[in-house]
Design a protein around this ligand. Sequence first.
Ligand SMILES: C[C@](O)(CO)[C@H](O)COP(=O)(O)OP(=O)(O)OC[C@H]1O[C@@H](n2ccc(N)nc2=O)[C@H](O)[C@@H]1O
Ligand SMILES: Nc1ncnc2c1ncn2[C@@H]1O[C@H](COP(=O)(O)OP(=O)(O)OP(=O)(O)O)[C@@H](O)[C@H]1O
Length: 306
Amino acid sequence: MITVRVPAKVNVQLGVGGLRADGFHDLANVFFAVALADEVTATPGEGVTLSCTGPDAASVPLDATNLAARAARLLAAHHGLADPGVHLHIAKAIPVAGGMAGGSADGAAALVACDALWGLDTPLETLLELAAELGSDVPFALLGGVALGRGRGEILEPLPVAGPFHWVFAVADGGLSTPAVFRECDRLREEAGTGSSDREVPTPDADPALLAALADGDPVALAAALANDLQAAALSLRPALADTLRAGTGAGALAALVSGSGPTCAFLTKDAESAAAVAEALIASGTCRTAHATHGPVPGAAVLAG
Ligand SMILES: C[C@](O)(CO)[C@H](O)COP(=O)(O)OP(=O)(O)OC[C@H]1O[C@@H](n2ccc(N)nc2=O)[C@H](O)[C@@H]1O
Ligand SMILES: Nc1ncnc2c1ncn2[C@@H]1O[C@H](COP(=O)(O)OP(=O)(O)OP(=O)(O)O)[C@@H](O)[C@H]1O
């Protein structure tokens, strides 16, 4: 039996370029791994089967579309295993369709867990390539820490970071579809007259002030540099998120932003004590389903000892 812990992410900078011919957008995507984590346990089985527990378990598909099942099959096919056998149990803490890459995290965890269970010893470089086939956010879940993602987010460069930073995540009722949020971003750009294609929108780059704040471990400077080009689109589709963001800053967070494609909202705080107070205030505000205080950066998908 192999158990892998895998972190959620928040995008501390999400610069979104124009729509490419292949349907993706070029990004300057600064990923940050946080301690809110799923655990995926692989045990020997027949075929690829799944189970899931946790508050959002009812929203997790247990068929072949689940990213953990797709990852297991992809790894088996890569090694020419005709008859892969594994049962994957997902202990789910990461909000589903929340903009924290929960499905992607489970995909990455399943790659690592099956690799260990089946004794394959696949090089990290190959796991990263398989991860990119599964989705744009999956390679980062293997690496963890803090990294700049270029291309559609899959071309990763680890970044220097001094931590920890303290965060609160406010979980919304219901999810948002990632493709729908990118489409809304394009629609808002068209409406504003700037155009939305990759010929019209400049390719984004990482903000030097943000990179310096991460390297210095300076939460006040990081708060000033947080930026998400998908935030306007998420707020357009879910206007009530503005109340959640206000509730967190009103309770003393240094800054608030939508996490990735949303609807989870992220709050950076000055220390762990402040994070606990902001989480409590958010729950009391009634503007979210629940809120979690956590920290980061933390490592990527890794086998738990024992
Ligand atoms: C919003 C983020 O979570 C930020 O990290 C990611 O960009 C989304 O990554 P993901 O969920 O792994 O997305 P994928 O499964 O690769 O793609 C789902 C859909 O999102 C849109 N998509 C995704 C990534 C990207 N760079 N441009 C896009 O336009 C496309 O419509 C794509 O068909
Ligand atoms: N292991 C999984 N866990 C959760 N959802 C999954 C999983 N596998 C597939 N899905 C499907 O993917 C959809 C998006 O879920 P996910 O939790 O990955 O969204 P997300 O966190 O917003 O993604 P991202 O931040 O990468 O854009 C779900 O609604 C579900 O149908």
